[in-house]
Design a protein around this ligand. Sequence first.
Ligand SMILES: [Zn+2]
Ligand SMILES: [Zn+2]
Length: 409
Amino acid sequence: MKPELSFVVVEDDATTAAVVRKILESAGHKVEVVLDSTAALETVLKVRPDVVITDIMMPGMDGLEVCRRLRSVPELKDTKIVVLSAKGYEADRAQAMAMGADGMINKPFDARTLEATIRELISDAVVVRYWGVRGTLPIPGKRSLRYGGNTSCFTLEMPKDQFFILDAGTGIRELANYLMATRHGPISAKIFISHPHWDHINALPFFTPLFFPGNEFEVFGAPQGAMTMRELMASQLDGVHSPIALRNFGARVFFRNLSEEKLTVGDVQVSTMYLTHPGLSLGYRFDIRGKSFCYITDNELHLPDSPQFNREFRDHLVRFIKGTDILLTDATYSDTEYPKRVNWGHSAVGQVAVLAHDAGVKELQLFHHDPDQSDDDIDRKLESAQMTLAQLGSSVVCTVPAEGEVRRF
Ligand SMILES: [Zn+2]
Ligand SMILES: [Zn+2]
């Protein structure tokens, strides 16, 4: 992104407009203010700014209508629009996005972070955060100081303020703390569950934003037999295994059953695939604006010379993850551990490396580490995967994300 941007600020309140102008100009940006919203389109067409910031409640023409008009001009398709709202309702945010806004900031805004927040909202980057990278059980203590000890939880932050949560292992508690500390308006997210084994769902009741009215979540995942996603989540919140029940959630929470399918969620194409694991475990592929991220966990890649090897499944999986920017996947075992764990539903790192190479993945990220492994054992798995890739002459980059890490791509 260019270091300096040009802005048109549409705001009927002269004091707010002056504050926004001062903040942006002192960061080196060019700013034009329009106090009369009916003149917004004319000014934007003249100035051709990188970003339009518009208030919502204005006399003459409201901010949503400003968005709609700007979006009806094909030449302005690359112009970013950020809406300032004093109301903070999720429904207003959704409506602004539907009208073509790229993001919304609630008033009163924090002057210290306004410029950074705007940059984040107009960025095309996908931000991945890693909240828990362990498999099966949380591992506290000295053996997990570097990679962290929490179980599966990841987030994808995407353009237009789209926020996805992948799994609800114990890492989701740190995510909750992060959101409560950094988000000032309503929180809305889609939660994708790979499957309902404990290490992927059991910290959902500790996800604090679920208890606040005004927040909104949609939980996606595969039903298991006759049990729907709602029933699967409710079954651990039954007053016996947990004192909390679904009815205690203050947020609006929806559930959606998935099978192998393709669906559109906001601007994101979501594809799913059944994996090789006890019960139904779903792998996900997320495609947005030419970028893609695959989340393939609890999956066993049987050795090619074993009786369990299924050529059709493996070919399907290669097609599913083909060419993805990041493949975050189950690499539970080292190659020497795996023979003692055949049919446990998890993969050895060597097979994962060959898969990533065959599918032309750009970056392979190993996670779902076995609870018996220390940080040093995980380092050895990484070395082993890198060695396998080197022997294949592969261009795949292999990494092990640590809890708390942030990646942009
Ligand atoms: Zn697991
Ligand atoms: Zn599992």
